[in-house]
Design a protein around this ligand. Structure first.
Ligand SMILES: NC(=O)c1ccc[n+]([C@@H]2O[C@H](COP(=O)([O-])OP(=O)(O)OC[C@H]3O[C@@H](n4cnc5c(N)ncnc54)[C@H](O)[C@@H]3O)[C@@H](O)[C@H]2O)c1
Length: 263
């Protein structure tokens, strides 16, 4: 059940493709799009969690189809996108919520961790977007929303790779927006901070371990730095994502919009 007002038919007959839909923000976006009438094509590496998203959508009377793949396997991504486009003539909305976060001191990051972070948070998104952008150009319509991060606007200690990937994603978003605006395609990013999902729970656990504090103490510290005084909810982010994907946001493109409780 959404905590915010649901606009029942806002995405009626829309095909909405969502990466990272197995959990957290991506799952919440998928549920909201489905509640608002869209047919959701949900993608994730984690089959079990994707199935839970599909179950949630079904329970609410919505429609979805699941696509399991690793976004870092470019060839597999192209094959998947081609088969999706073979079945669906038009993808109206593409949302990328796929992502991975780490808290590691720069001097301890090995090549594998650095490359995995950039491959998931940036390269995978880029190559999944390419065939879909072609389809949107052909149809002279499209909305692309990338879930980036405040770490894509401001540097963060212990987040060099994550921050570099999200700065890259914001640059990709702004540049693509300029290139495809003439085809009726809007491209924006949302930049959350401290949204209560499994990813943040894992980061707080890691911070507690590094600073030898309890989980509750580390969580308290996290919240203290947020002017609004609470962590964000995935529903806060899905409200912004669906707005940007709607025709009410037609005059907004190339923006990286913070959703961070004032942080
Ligand atoms: N939670 C926050 O506070 C926060 C803050 C800033 C930005 N973000 C961004 O929001 C997005 C969603 O984060 P979340 O908190 O919901 O995280 P999450 O871990 O709950 O969701 C991320 C999803 O991506 C999937 N995924 C990971 N690697 C993949 C791969 N190689 N191929 C396909 N799927 C893969 C995971 O299985 C998971 O379902 C991420 O891009 C994250 O960087 C989150």
């Amino acid at each position: 059940m959404s905590i915010y007002r649901v606009f029942r038919d806002r995405f009626k007959d829309y095909k909405v493709l969502i990466s990272g839909a197995g959990n957290g923000i991506g799952r919440t976006c998928a549920i909201r799009f489905a509640q608002e009438g869209a047919h959701c094509l949900i993608c994730d590496i984690n089959e079990k969690e994707l199935e839970e998203t599909a179950e949630n959508i079904k329970k609410l009377g919505g429609h979805s189809e699941s696509h399991v793949f690793d976004i870092t396997h470019t060839r597999q991504v192209f094959e998947k996108m081609n088969s999706i486009l073979h079945t669906h003539a038009q993808i109206h909305v593409l949302v990328h919520s796929v992502g991975i976060g780490y808290e590691t001191q720069f001097i301890d990051i090995d090549e594998e961790e650095w490359i995995r972070c950039i491959n998931i948070n940036l390269n995978g998104i880029v190559f999944m977007t390419q065939p879909i952008a072609k389809n949107m150009i052909k149809n002279r319509y499209g909305k692309i929303v990338n879930v980036s991060s405040q770490a894509g606007k401001f540097g963060r200690s212990l987040h060099t790779h994550y921050s570099a990937s999200k700065f890259g994603l914001n640059g990709f978003t702004q540049s693509l927006a300029l290139e495809v605006a003439k085809y009726g395609i809007n491209v924006n990013a949302v930049c959350p901070s401290r949204i209560h999902t499994k990813m943040i729970t894992a980061l707080i656990e890691e911070r507690a371990r590094i600073s030898r504090k309890t989980y509750e103490e580390a969580k308290e510290e996290y919240i203290r730095g947020i002017p609004i005084g609470r962590m964000g909810l995935p529903e806060d982010v899905s409200a912004l994502v669906t707005f940007l994907a709607s025709d009410e946001a037609s005059y907004i493109t190339g923006q990286c919009i913070s959703i961070s409780g004032g942080r």
